[in-house]
Design a protein around this ligand. Structure first.
Ligand SMILES: Nc1ncnc2c1ncn2[C@@H]1O[C@H](COP(=O)(O)OP(=O)(O)OP(=O)(O)O)[C@@H](O)[C@H]1O
Ligand SMILES: [Mg+2]
Length: 609
């Protein structure tokens, strides 16, 4: 018997109602158990996420089981009276695709979407495991030898022996994806499975494959899982600042636009903001012009300015430079500048009278004191040296900063770059992630189309709700705009996002609505389920009913990157490939002696220091 024949042993029920792509199926009354044996195998009936078929001669329509319940439950929900014969089981099925079995080639011709709708009373059949394999293979598409295969394995389809589930990374990353699930459901494991899948992938015989993935890692979990395949960057180690593990990251302040730098120095707009903003913009333009060799450095003490009738703080082209060059200067570009120049310009060009002498202390305090003080505080903060260390001619250039994240590494095959932000206070983690997200976005924008084609990037954001919350303040407020921008426009430039969160309801809805692919693990909170239902592709919201009952490592995989909406099992990872989650072990901890007075003192120093 060949595949996709009508086999009466596989029939489990008939359609009682069709509305759009949703159909209700009444299971045959003769079914006492929810399993069926066929050709030596036992099949479960009505499993959430399992696939059923409806025959139309040689044509087939496929659907996905979203719910199974008693007719009486349905009636209760509708507030109706339950007749004595309401003991049928009702299965809800979402139709998603059609196919025709080709006997000549022994394959299934497959098409997403439904054009012929079944009718009430039509039979509904189970799929044999061979048929399921044929369906998944047809849906994922066959590998074409001349092309670069975008199909990356990271799991198996549930309900099959071991049919590989492969994500289409071209679609999944270009249109962003979300990995959601309650805490402990296996999100980090799933992300790691996808990343390992990428690292093991070969898109085409004879071509190396080097995925460009950058992971923002708030819990220091990913380093352990990708020891040989990733460079791990840290910004600052609060416990052991001198000997932190991992490479030191450099994301200096001068990458910022004028507006971003102003935000760093004076924070959100304050009362006296406009005048403060101008102080900062003027000083910044000056400092960038000095570094670009367009103007002379500011004086380092009170000096009489040139006799040209202009204010002391106006930029004057240095010898050999035209005024046009100054006029055309864009102070927003990520050009280096020295903080000393910035400071000197405020102190000796702006905070002076027109003859170059110091202004009165009262006036100075009123206008300039707070900017100068805030700058001083930033420069002294050891935690943000990666950001605020003064630029000099010897400092690392922009190309080297980019290279940390997208360049070749000394040790080959370190494809992933992991930015460990664990243990950093929000004041540090915020600017750091913001700087990274902005840097990557600008880098992509300034590539030529050919460069872009050779260099798509994936940015993985764990704890996405911290960056782009739906309401209230972002913990990493500085990163918010940058991540939003990537969500909105990243697709055009080949910058994909993978947003990971245990609190989908708390993520900015405009951002989450941009995601085209969803990998949803067990989700127990109802608000979160409803939230996910709102964003799932049409008709699939019914699948959210399956979410609280998913097993460990099980997930619903839907959207652009998925061949079929499907229930899958994430590949099992061995311990050394798994993100190291740090669950506290109370029994063991409480079996050891308490921390000593000395130890407490050291902790107290760290806290206060
Ligand atoms: N793919 C996998 N292979 C093997 N074990 C896994 C896998 N995924 C998860 N696990 C196991 O489940 C545990 C919890 O998974 P994981 O840390 O990925 O959950 P999570 O959803 O990221 O949780 P959190 O919200 O706390 O970050 C892991 O410590 C691991 O033991
Ligand atoms: Mg996790």
């Amino acid at each position: 018997m060949s595949s996709f024949d009508v086999v009466s042993d596989l029939r489990v029920g008939h359609i009682v109602e069709v509305s759009g792509t949703s159909v209700r199926v009444e299971l045959d009354g003769s079914l006492t158990e929810l399993t069926r044996s066929y050709a030596g195998r036992v099949y479960a009936i009505g499993q959430m996420g399992s696939i059923v078929k409806i025959h139309f001669g040689r044509n087939l329509v496929f659907g996905f089981v979203t719910l199974l319940r008693m007719r009486s439950e349905e009636l209760i929900e509708q507030g109706k009276v339950i007749p004595p014969d309401a003991d049928q089981r009702i299965m809800e099925v979402e139709l998603f695709a059609e196919g025709v079995w080709q006997t000549a080639t022994n394959s299934l011709r497959f098409k997403r979407g439904v054009s012929i709708y079944p009718l009430p009373r039509q039979g509904v059949h189970l799929l044999t495991s061979d048929e399921a394999l044929a369906l998944y293979a047809a849906a994922e598409g066959q590998r074409e030898e001349e092309k670069f295969s975008p199909l990356v394995k990271f799991g198996t389809y549930a309900g099959t022996e071991a049919a590989s589930c492969r994500a289409n990374i071209d679609r999944m990353f270009s249109m962003h994806c979300a990995v959601l699930g309650s805490t402990g459901s296996g999100k980090s494991g799933a992300v790691a499975a996808v990343l390992h899948g990428l690292l093991d992938h070969r898109a085409k015989e004879g071509f190396p494959f080097s995925p460009r993935g950058i992971v923002i890692d708030p819990h220091a979990e990913y380093g352990a899982a990708f020891k040989d395949r990733a460079v791990i960057y840290t910004a600052y180690d609060p416990i052991n600042p001198e000997e932190a593990e991992g490479e030191r990251v450099e994301l200096p302040y001068w990458l910022m636009s004028a507006e971003e730098f102003r935000m760093l120095v004076i924070g959100k707009t304050e009362q006296e903001a406009t005048s403060q903003n101008n102080i900062i913009y003027k000083a910044l333009t000056h400092a960038r012009m000095v570094a670009a060799n367009l103007v002379d450095p500011a004086p380092t003490n009170f000096t009489k300015p040139p006799d040209d009738g202009l204010d002391p703080d106006v930029p004057r082209p240095k010898q050999g430079v035209s005024q046009t060059a100054l006029d055309a200067f864009d102070s927003d570009k990520p050009r280096p500048f020295s903080l000393d120049e910035f400071y000197n310009h405020i102190k000796y060009c702006q905070a002076v009278k027109n003859d170059g002498t110091a202004m009165s202390p009262t006036e100075f305090n009123q206008k300039f004191r707070s900017v100068i003080d805030k700058l001083g505080v930033l420069r002294r903060d050891p935690r943000i040296q990666f950001l605020i260390r003064n630029w000099t001619i010897q400092s690392i250039p922009l190309s080297a900063i980019l290279s940390q994240f997208v360049g070749e590494t000394e040790v080959a095959a370190k494809d992933l770059r992991i930015l460990d932000i664990s243990g950093l206070p929000n004041e540090v983690a915020g600017p750091l992630t913001a700087a990274l997200a902005r840097l990557l976005f600008r880098y992509k924008v300034h590539q030529t189309p050919t460069e872009r084609d050779r260099d798509p990037l994936l940015l993985v954001c764990e704890e996405a709700h911290r960056y782009v919350p739906d309401r209230g303040e972002a913990e990493y407020a500085e990163a918010q705009n940058a991540i939003r921008r990537i969500a909105r426009e990243g697709r055009k430039y080949g910058l994909g996002l993978m947003l990971v969160s245990q609190r989908p309801a708390d993520i900015d809805s405009t951002v989450i609505a941009q995601c085209g692919t969803w990998l949803v693990l067990r989700l127990t909170n109802q608000a979160d389920q409803q939230h996910v239902a709102r964003f799932l592709p049409d008709g699939l919201s019914g699948m959210t009913k399956a979410l609280p009952n998913l097993g460990q490592q099980e997930a619903i995989f839907v959207g652009e990157g998925a061949a079929l909406p499907s229930r899958i099992r994430i590949d099992n990872l061995s311990i050394e490939k798994l993100p190291k989650s740090r669950n506290a072990r109370f029994a063991e901890g409480w079996s050891s002696i308490r921390l000593t007075k000395d130890e407490l003192e050291r902790i107290a120093d760290r806290m206060a220091g």
